[in-house]
Design a protein around this ligand. Sequence first.
Ligand code: SAM
Length: 304
Amino acid sequence: MFSYRHAFHAGNHADVLKHITLIATLRHLMQKEASLTLIDSHAGAGLYRLDGDYTETGGEAKDGVLKLFAALRPAEREPTAAAAAIEDYMDLVASFNPSGALRVYPGSPFVMQRLMRAESRDKLKLFELHPTDSRTLTAHVGQIEAGRQIAVALQDGFEGMKAFLPPPPTAGSSRRAAVLIDPSYEVKTDYGRVSACLQEQLGRFPTGTYLVWYPVIPRPEAHDLPRRLKTLATQAKRPWLKATLAIGQDPTHGPDDRPGLTASGMFIINPPHTLHAALHAALPQLLSLLGRGRGQAQALETGG
Ligand code: SAM
């Protein structure tokens, strides 16, 4: 069984990039009346304690969401305005922390749940393969009494999503879905499975919005993945957008310390036309707020 537990990493710089991109994408898609099917193929536990054992051990939120809040919304002085996509993200995270102190971090299932429209118009399908995280996720979802709007499956997300794509047609007969594919890449085969999954889904449902998170690490499979996704999108004649954020080496780390993840990317196929501008404004600010040492960079690229 996998040893990866997202709780160690919740709220880190990669989550910040991923969740800002996810929110900016869904905000646009939700502007249309028609209902939307949302799929989270690798959902995690859903909610994380920022003051819990796991996050204390990893402490990765300190270089992510906690650093953002400390810089932009410090308790002792007036907040500083940031790009709309960053503000939107911070508002959403703050809404899980009504007391003001940041204790809870919403993972992608709850980011999506917060943005869904009521009246059962939108549906959310969550897949999580780790039995403990799946149980925790089911319990968290149970507490919000979402009824049939949200379904949790203890199932392989790459396989499980096939049952929901293409989604059922909406009243105006368009089919709309957004799919987040966010593996831990703990097993090398995840890289190949992501591109095989995208290839298959672009064949079955080419107009869906697909958001893939990937680590930027010195490993050939990781290096190849965004290139392969670009090729798949281009072959399918679909527009794409790629955003990367590298916060650089931790200057307090010694030569023998494990460097940890310093950079990651989001690759979106069929991005909303507003996403480029949203990230163009947000990424340089994220870098100046979260950047910490050698190797800092951000980049935004589009095609199709
Ligand atoms: N998407 C979550 C978020 O943004 O809050 C974080 C997900 S975490 C990076 C990846 C999760 O995928 C882990 O909880 C892991 O147990 C789970 N997982 C690994 N392989 C899976 C698979 N084939 N299908 C579904 N879940 C899987």
